[in-house]
Design a protein around this ligand. Structure first.
Ligand SMILES: [Zn+2]
Ligand SMILES: [Zn+2]
Length: 755
């Protein structure tokens, strides 16, 4: 009678793996045990040879849906003579490599109970089971056991204990198991902290929302600010109090049918909305819809998610509400997640607070994603995705920390075959975000068992992530150029290592010549890159001021194209320019003071956008480009001209003809929608032509598209179509964002190559 010892690695804790093994062992008439340890799951089993074979096959073929087996080692051992099969106490080892599960949306079984008046968990906002519920956000340490989660504060009642201990129950070893008798509870207060006298917090919250109040609602990875999304006044008040102009708010609606009332849905989007990650999905807004215009001004899309916690289902199922559910913070601070802190920070924004007493151990923002060409494209990676590793087709030689970029920061940890991108951290511009960044690095290192020996960082000397990396002691430091990191990130997630043509279009990135790059064509593999083509340098008067105030950038283009004569152009844009400010800018441009040179594609989009529609300042990153896409009429196929020259072995793309084309059209009073479309078509055409030239020179036919500019769906789909037609193999992002949130993955793989 043989015996085996099995070690299973991967996401095997918090997903019902032990009960699964237990039940399978019973079916196969085996004896032995299963336990969680700090590396994963350990099993010993003995029985007949055919039973053992059946058992091993079963583990591989029918593991729980949310688990992910990365490695399974099977060792023959002498039988120990176990009397039965048991689940044993968890074991701590010196190593800890177990992968932690992300938070999981409420499963259909739990939903049925939630709305079943006969069930003991009827209307209970914290029910969960082995297939669903909070994970990452409540786990304090591994191995995953109730006492190492924030649920340790709640002692299970008799009924819950029985479920927890019964191997045939679907709550067998469900660590956050709870019920109305023993589990977390809701409290509803006003913004002075006074409790509302109600026995039904949910109904009262619904009433308040319907009256137009703003409620801070404690969720899974932090607080949301919620209000009625069809009430324009409520949404405007929220905007004002949150200091958030224009940047779109996310929505939550109870089901697909409701979403169809205001957005178009294709089958891939339907699927994505319903995944267990439950991300915010960007969907095309219907022309006529009931959503308040203030939710997403001048946007083609709305970000929408389905309910993912029992509390959300209770708020939405019978209320007919569609909610704004935006991160609980003021402007760009990180999302609030601790009760006291949340109350302090949000009491000026929210009228009421819906608290609960299950502590959130770590903050995790909602993820934002969309469908491109039938596949998911993640734009912000957070709840539901983190801490899942990205499987890359290489082995990290040492443990690596990649510090990421400045805006939309994520960092990335790497070991073995895994890269672990962090949750969305945010813009490293204020103290709170920087503090979150450095603390989350420490906590994530522990969670992912990474002890960095190498740190990779952006070359930009002023990035706070760079300064953080340089301040670390006793660690190898490897700088990585920004756009190269973009391309490497796209290569890594697509598992390609051969040379590619990398098209990196974004707003800002520090170049090797110390200029601001952003419209780059690189010849790249993981060993290195060569800059083959770029947009012609233009002056950026005032540096970052020209990003904040895009009209300054547009003036720079006009001055470069027309000299001072641009002031005589019959353009609304010119009439809006304050002459005293123009004189200041002219001085900068003429005397070359406080001036930076940039090849940024993002700045070109900004400039064309403000030429069409003057805007004093940008209220969120990329706003002018988002609006340009919003105006563009997709039926228009015409385009502008452009020129390309060869300068010092590099192709330089001259945008003069584009700017002049736009200006001529504006003078002719051409429709904004036509000009915007022609501009998009032109940029796609440029990419296609430059890639064709590079193919001839370098004999390469793979193209990687990366950088924040490719969040623009019109540009991306036009470019993709042209390159495909031209027989290129085109790679885009799916797993990490094309924007600077994807930089850290690229930094990690490049650093690994350079060690
Ligand atoms: Zn469940
Ligand atoms: Zn209970």
């Amino acid at each position: 009678m043989p015996g085996v010892r099995i070690e299973i690695r991967g996401i095997v804790q918090g997903v019902g793996f032990r009960p699964f093994v237990y039940n399978l062992a019973q079916k196969c008439h085996l004896r032995g045990y299963v336990l969680n340890d700090t590396d994963g799951v350990e099993v010993e089993a003995e029985g007949s040879k055919p039973d053992l074979d059946r058992f091993l096959h079963g583990i591989r073929s029918s593991a729980p849906p949310q688990s992910r087996i990365v490695e399974m080692k099977v060792l023959k051992i002498a039988p120990q003579g176990y009397p039965d099969f048991t689940i044993r106490e968890s074991k701590k080892k010196d190593t800890r490599t177990v992968l932690v599960s992300p938070d999981l949306a409420t499963c259909p079984d739990c939903l049925n109970e939630l709305f079943d008046p006969e069930d003991r968990r009827f209307n209970y906002p914290f029910l969960n089971c082995t297939n669903c519920g909070p994970r990452l956000t409540i786990i304090q340490d591994t191995p995953y056991d109730r006492r190492k989660t924030t649920m340790s504060a709640f002692k299970m009642c008799e009924d819950c204990s029985q479920e927890y201990l019964n191997p045939l129950n679907r709550r067998f070893h469900a660590q956050p198991n709870a019920c109305p008798v023993c589990g977390p509870r809701l409290t509803l207060t006003d913004n002075q902290g006074g409790r509302l006298s109600t026995t039904d917090q949910i109904s009262t919250t619904i009433e308040l929302l319907k009256k137009g109040y703003i409620i801070a609602i404690k969720g899974i990875g932090g607080y949301h600010l919620a209000c009625d999304a069809t009430n324009n006044k409520a949404v405007s008040v929220l905007r004002k109090r949150k200091y958030r102009e224009d940047k779109p708010f996310a929505l939550m609606a109870k089901d697909l049918e409701t979403i169809r009332r205001f957005c178009h849905l294709n089958p891939s989007e339907v699927e994505l909305l319903q995944t267990i990650q439950r991300p915010i999905v960007l969907l095309k807004k219907k022309k006529v819809n009931l959503i308040a215009p203030e939710v997403a001004p001048l946007q083609k899309n709305l970000g929408v998610m389905l309910p993912y916690s029992p509390l959300h289902h209770l708020l939405l199922r019978n209320s007919n509400l569609i909610l704004v559910m935006t991160s609980g913070n003021q402007s760009d601070e990180p999302i609030a997640y601790e009760d006291k802190e949340a109350f302090g920070r949000l009491k000026k924004i929210a009228d009421y607070f819906l608290f609960h007493n299950r502590e959130i151990h770590r903050r995790c923002d909602d993820s934002v994603t969309r469908v491109f060409s039938g596949k998911e494209m993640v734009l912000r990676r957070g709840r539901g995705y983190v801490p899942l590793p990205i499987n890359v087709d290489l082995k990290f030689k040492e443990h690596i920390l990649a510090a990421g970029a400045q805006l939309k920061n994520t960092f990335c940890l790497a070991r073995d075959n895994f890269a672990f991108p962090s949750t969305h951290i945010g813009d490293l511009e204020n103290y709170e975000t920087l503090d979150f960044y450095s603390r989350e690095i420490e906590r994530f290192k522990k969670l992912c068992s990474v002890k960095p020996e190498v740190v990779a960082y952006d070359m930009h000397p002023e990035y706070l992530s760079t300064k953080y990396a340089l301040s670390l002691k006793n660690i190898k430091k490897i700088p990585v150029q920004h756009h190269y990191a973009h391309i490497a990130s796209c290569m890594a997630e697509n598992k390609i290592s051969q040379k590619v043509i990398g098209v990196a279009f974004d707003g800002t990135g520090y170049g090797e010549d110390e200029n601001i790059w952003g419209g780059e064509f690189l010849l790249a593999d993981l060993k290195g890159f060569q800059r083959m083509a770029h947009f012609k340098y233009v002056s950026m008067p005032g540096g970052d001021a020209a990003i904040k105030h895009p009209w300054m950038m547009a003036i720079s283009y006009l001055y470069a194209c027309y000299g001072e004569d641009f002031l005589n152009l019959n353009l609304e844009f010119v009439r809006r320019i304050d002459l005293s400010r123009w004189n200041l800018i002219k001085q900068m441009l003429d005397q070359k003071v406080n001036l930076f040179l940039t090849s940024s594609a993002g700045r070109l989009f900004d400039s064309v956008s403000v030429l069409l529609n003057f805007r004093e300042k940008t209220n969120y990153e990329g706003q002018p480009a988002v609006e340009l896409e919003f105006w563009a009429d997709e039926k228009i196929k015409s385009k502008y001209g452009f020129e390309m020259t060869l300068e010092q072995d590099k192709f330089v793309i001259h945008p003069e003809k584009i700017i002049k084309g736009v200006v001529d059209d504006l003078v002719k009073k051409e429709r904004k929608s036509k000009i915007a479309a022609k501009f998009h078509n032109t940029v796609a055409q440029i990419i296609n032509e430059v890639c064709s030239r590079l193919r001839k020179e370098c004999d390469l036919d793979s193209v990687c598209l990366s950088g924040g500019v490719f969040q623009n769906m019109l540009l991306l789909s036009r470019t993709y179509a042209l390159l495909n037609k031209n027989k290129f193999r085109v790679y885009t992002h799916h797993l990490v964002p094309p924007n600077d949130g994807g930089i850290s993955l690229g930094q990690a793989v490049i650093a690994n190559q350079r060690i």
